[in-house]
Design a protein around this ligand. Structure first.
Ligand code: FUB
Length: 448
């Protein structure tokens, strides 16, 4: 009996933790996440983001960043993400000012059998160091448990720690405080091994923060958010040495078109493709300090330049045809014929729907993996006050029709099933279009 209860609790917990997301962009939809540092450990991608929460009486400052802890998320395919829960909390770190709610952008790295989690926050002792300092918590596994060091790293004041370990084994810590700084780390990864230097020769005007350093071929890339105009955009500079001087090369991602003031990122290769992890305020369009992590593919030009990344909703990875396909994370939408809206504006964590406005709009969604085992039906969560007909094709507007779905009229959401007229094994682009002039809204589609 006890065993059964325990197993139910564990299953429930796994469900809770495991259900963090199966989304495109943003990749985490059950909470706000920002400042993502992504790392590959043992063939799996781990994302260590900040965790934005809403201010409440006695909980942080209204209108500002409110962050009390860190979660870690992991994925084997960049599509299905597991939330491993809280790894570090402000009130369990001995040196942190209680209730400062300033657990800002972190990083995590692996060395000699241990995982080192670096995080900036406000110390209790503000006499010896004003503003932010940076601490470390150490674990045997990427998901913790992480044990915080008793004191922050000596000689470091600032935010946004980033650790880079060079091929010769030398580790470097980078951080920001107006400028971007760097120093060598000792073998123990807990202390500086050299005096901090200001990294040159970066732009002198406009805030720079959030350094992320990586090496490709013989080039060190220093990437960073910079306010060149009104809000942050992602830029990069390169050098032949990890502590510079760096030469400014260009923009990785333009300013947010919708005005999210911050952006913060990391870049990593995974299974022969480079990815940019960054954030945007998708789940909080009216308040840009409640952000959400996104991923898009990143490409290098033959001369090593980074091609500018255009943010997408579709994001990366394949979507299993048997899972709920969120068409609102589309690859392309018919201009004027379809749009995206929140399912419930009072609870944006419910996600979005695609709204076909009655002028026979369409939506295209790339990378749906049908596999090889024949699928026979499609289920669509849909609503159409006057009824509607929706057509699903693969591989383009004139590709084969997979199904035609007749949506009965009604004001409620309903799950409507229809048989597939054909099955196409492999990976395809879906094209879903409204075939009537009546408005119709779709939450998701899935195949069985
Ligand atoms: O998330 C709080 C701060 O906003 C980060 O530390 C900065 O990089 C910016 O994203």
């Amino acid at each position: 009996m006890l065993r059964h209860k325990l197993s139910c609790i564990l299953t429930g917990l796994a469900g809770l933790l495991g259900s963090a997301a199966r989304a495109q962009n943003p990749i985490i939809t059950n909470q706000f996440t920002a400042d993502p540092t992504a790392r590959v450990f043992n063939g799996r991608v781990y994302v260590y983001p900040s965790h934005d929460i809403r201010a409440a009486p006695g909980r942080g400052r209204a209108g500002w960043f409110v962050m009390e802890d860190y979660h870690v998320f992991s994925s084997a395919n960049l599509t299905d993400w597991t939330d491993h829960g809280v790894i570090v909390t402000q009130n369990k770190v001995p040196w942190v000012k209680p209730d400062s709610y300033s657990m800002w952008a972190p990083d995590c790295t692996y060395r000699n059998g241990k995982y080192y989690f670096y995080f900036p926050t406000t110390p209790k002792d503000t006499t010896s160091s004003k503003g932010f300092t940076i601490g470390v918590a150490v674990a045997d596994k990427p998901t913790g448990p992480f044990v915080p060091q008793p004191l922050p790293i000596k000689g470091v004041r600032g935010i946004d720690p980033n650790v880079f370990i060079d091929q010769d084994g030398q580790a470097y810590l980078y951080w920001s405080q107006g400028n971007i700084y760097g120093a060598k780390l000792k073998e123990n990864m807990l202390e500086l091994a050299s005096e901090p230097v200001t990294l040159g020769e970066l732009p002198t005007q406009g805030l720079k923060e959030g350094p992320y350093v990586f090496k490709r071929n013989a080039t060190y890339y220093l990437t960073y958010p910079h306010v060149a105009n009104k809000t942050e955009r992602l830029e990069y500079a390169t050098s032949t040495s990890p502590l510079g001087p760096f030469k400014v090369q260009g923009v990785i991602m333009d300013e947010s078109p919708t005005g999210c003031w911050t952006n913060h990122h990391s870049i990593l290769p995974f299974k022969n493709q480079w990815y940019l992890f960054y954030h945007h305020n998708d789940l909080s369009p009216a308040f840009d300090k409640n952000r959400s992590v996104r991923i898009d593919s990143l490409f290098f030009e033959p001369d090593g330049a980074i091609r500018k990344v255009v943010p997408t909703l579709r994001g990366v990875g394949l979507t299993d045809a048997r899972q709920k396909i969120q068409l609102d994370r589309y690859s392309q939408l018919s201009p004027g014929g379809a749009s995206v809206a929140f399912l419930d504006t009072a609870n944006k964590f419910q996600g979005w729907k695609t709204v076909f406005n009655g002028s026979q709009g369409w939506v295209r969604y790339n990378g749906v993996a049908f596999g090889t085992k024949p699928l026979r039906t499609v289920t669509m969560r849909v609503t159409a006050a006057a009824g509607a007909t929706v057509q699903i094709r693969v591989d383009g507007a004139s590709g084969p029709v997979l199904a035609q779905v007749t949506v009965p009229k009604g004001s409620r959401w309903q799950e409507v099933k229809a048989p597939l007229s054909t099955f196409k094994p492999g990976t395809h682009t879906l094209v879903v279009s409204a075939k009537t002039t009546m408005p119709v809204e779709i939450d998701w589609v899935k195949f069985d």
